[in-house]
Design a protein around this ligand. Structure first.
Ligand code: AP5
Length: 225
């Protein structure tokens, strides 16, 4: 872990958005970055799934969009993010927000984004990653049947609960999510490129190799600023 100590000292104040298509590894990298660099994690996917599970007014409105592979309306997600970011101090890692240029503009009204990291992965690999993903129904830890299998089949390594498949991880819905990503989220890379804060990272290879690349990007960011 050659970059970790060098990055730790200043990364704690960065505001980072993690872009990339469904299955590119945003959640996986976020978990590790937050554990090792103490960022506050804000994942709109996790927050929305929890709202659906709890049956809150937001969850009731979001459910059908999520199940069909579409995006939840900007205003609903924008309000959620505003609530989460208000009064937030220190480094923040946003996983899955923004997802449209409109959301990026909303975010600019709340915080100044320092870095946008875009994880790039081939489409067929994304489909394999998502359709064979399993998540813990209790603690939301993420596994993959082939690339990141649990030690005991069907059980979470961390808490021992059952692993399940997400509702939106069927191949049909995955393909729709990828279509929506290309139409609505891909233009965001241009938005951050124009602001000169976009870093593209190869999201293929071992999880730890991708992590090293992300740390390297954080290190290069420091050099420039
Ligand atoms: P969300 O939960 O954010 O889903 P997503 O963006 O589609 O991303 P995923 O969680 O599916 O994938 P990931 O990139 O995190 O990959 P992961 O690390 O799990 O959003 C769900 C829904 O909520 C959306 O469709 C939308 O409806 C709604 N929503 C959320 N945010 C919204 C917003 N801002 N606006 C509007 N609507 C919003 O990895 C995937 C698999 O690959 C895992 O099995 C993992 O173990 C494996 N893996 C990861 N890295 C590697 C690697 N390097 N090598 C091999 N396997 C790997």
């Amino acid at each position: 872990m050659i970059y970790l100590s060098e990055v730790r000292s200043y990364a704690m104040d960065l505001k980072i958005v993690l872009l990339g298509p469904p299955g590119s590894g945003k959640g996986t990298q976020t978990e590790r970055l937050c554990a090792e660099l103490k960022f506050t994690k804000i994942s709109t996917g996790d927050l929305l799934r929890e709202a659906v599970k709890q049956g809150t007014p937001l969850g009731i409105k979001a459910k059908s969009y999520m199940e069909s592979g579409g995006l939840v309306p900007d205003q609903l997600v924008g309000d959620l993010i505003k609530e989460k970011l208000t009064g937030q101090k220190g480094g923040v890692l946003l996983d899955g927000f923004p997802r449209t240029v409109e959301q990026a503009k909303m975010l600019d009204q709340i915080i100044k984004v320092d870095l946008a990291i875009d994880l790039e992965v081939d489409e067929e690999l994304l489909v394999k990653r998502l359709t064979e993903r399993r998540v813990c129904k209790s603690c939301n830890s993420v596994f993959h049947l082939e690339f990141n299998p649990p030690k005991l089949a069907g059980k979470c390594d961390k808490c021992g609960s059952d692993l399940i498949q997400r509702n939106d991880d069927s191949e049909k819905v995955v393909r729709e999510r990828l279509r929506v990503y290309k139409e609505k989220t891909l233009p965001l890379t241009r938005y951050y490129y124009d602001k000169q804060i976009l870093v593209r990272i190869n999201g293929q290879g071992d999880i730890s190799d991708v992590y090293e690349r992300v740390l390297k990007a954080l290190k290069s960011h420091k050099k420039k600023n």
